[in-house]
Design a protein around this ligand. Structure first.
Ligand SMILES: [Zn+2]
Ligand SMILES: [Zn+2]
Length: 329
């Protein structure tokens, strides 16, 4: 038996005892040491994600120790995307678009549990110097890395020379900011309306504004990352991007409102989407986190698994300064 945090219905989380999931050929059992709560888990918690059907165990950002499988005894993080390996996308190295993919915490049991069963191919060994809590950031950090790499290829001059704006200082926004700084980007601003999140970003040494108090100049930024993905942030992003610039849309908050395609045309903008990460992105992210280049990562807050339901409630109420809460089963 194991304990797991079950999503049982809209705004309901319950710690339950449950059977250990059975292990198939090619799969490992991992004892979860640290697992982060993602915006998409919150989205599901509100009952807004038809792909996540209760009762189920959410969670897909995790690090742990393999207890059964070829890497037994090793500490690992995991690629929550389970891909087929033989479709066109997999073969061209764009596994994030795999036509046959499934995902931990979505259509497979997730990581808000004492243990999780994961295909061996999804496991990435961790270097000794990287803590499990920091390693649980691999998934959101790889999302940021994938988006930065995609946007970088669209620019006509080096990324480090471009003025950049990151909208949203949640985990992905904050990690995008920290990675852009690590890439040597000098003109870098974050924007968030939540004062607690601004405080966290400031402590991490980033420049952050409240866009309601400090409106951005129109047509002023070459590279804009919308890590929120709401109608207001999309409008802000299109307005702030300067002619010829690039706009990366990676938040998934809503799909409301109009998108100003007239400005996209007249300003000749490049609008890009980015979805998750490839296995290469994940491995590069583990190295980056282990190198210490993203700073002390002390903005992560840890809580016990049995405090998970409370953590969800605090996140929904905006009552935590932490850009990421990591549960430690
Ligand atoms: Zn996530
Ligand atoms: Zn595939």
């Amino acid at each position: 038996m194991m304990q797991a945090l079950f999503y049982t219905g809209p705004e309901q989380m319950e710690l339950r005892d449950t059977e250990l999931p059975s292990l198939n050929v090619g799969e490992s059992r991992v004892r979860v040491l640290a697992t982060g709560i993602c915006g998409s888990d919150l989205h599901a918690y509100h009952g807004h994600d038809p792909r996540r059907v209760p009762p189920m165990i959410l969670g897909h950002e995790a690090a742990g120790e393999v207890i059964e499988g070829p890497l037994a005894g090793k500490r690992v993080t995991m690629n929550p995307l389970v891909v087929c390996g033989h479709c066109d996308y997999c073969l061209e190295g764009r596994q994030n678009l795999c036509s046959n993919r499934t995902m931990l915490g979505m259509n497979r049991p997730g990581t808000f549990a004492e243990s999780v069963v994961v295909p061996d191919q999804c496991l990435i060994e961790l270097p000794d110097g990287l803590s499990s809590v920091a390693a649980a950031l691999t998934e959101p950090a790889a999302t940021a890395l994938h988006a930065i790499n995609r946007l970088e290829r669209s620019l006509t001059r080096p990324l480090a020379e471009a003025s950049t704006l990151v909208i949203g200082a949640g985990a992905v926004g904050l990690l995008t900011g920290l990675m852009l700084r690590q890439r040597g980007v000098r003109h870098l601003t974050l924007a968030d309306t939540n004062p607690l999140r601004r405080e966290t970003a400031e402590k991490a040494g980033l420049t952050v504004i409240d866009p309601r108090e400090t409106p951005l100049d129109a047509d002023s930024i070459e590279a804009v990352f919308d890590c929120v993905g709401a109608s207001a942030t999309r409008a802000m992003a299109v307005q702030a991007t300067r002619p010829g610039g690039s706009l990366m849309h990676l938040g998934l908050q809503d799909n409301e409102g109009r998108f100003d395609m007239r400005s996209v045309t007249l300003k000749e903008l490049i609008v890009l989407g980015a979805y998750t990460y490839t296995p290469n992105d994940l491995r590069a992210t583990v190295d980056l986190l282990a190198s210490g280049a993203l700073g002390p990562l002390d903005w992560v807050e840890t809580r016990a698994l049995d405090a998970g339901a409370g953590a969800f409630a605090d996140l929904v109420a905006g009552q935590t300064a932490a850009a990421k809460i990591v549960l430690t089963p």
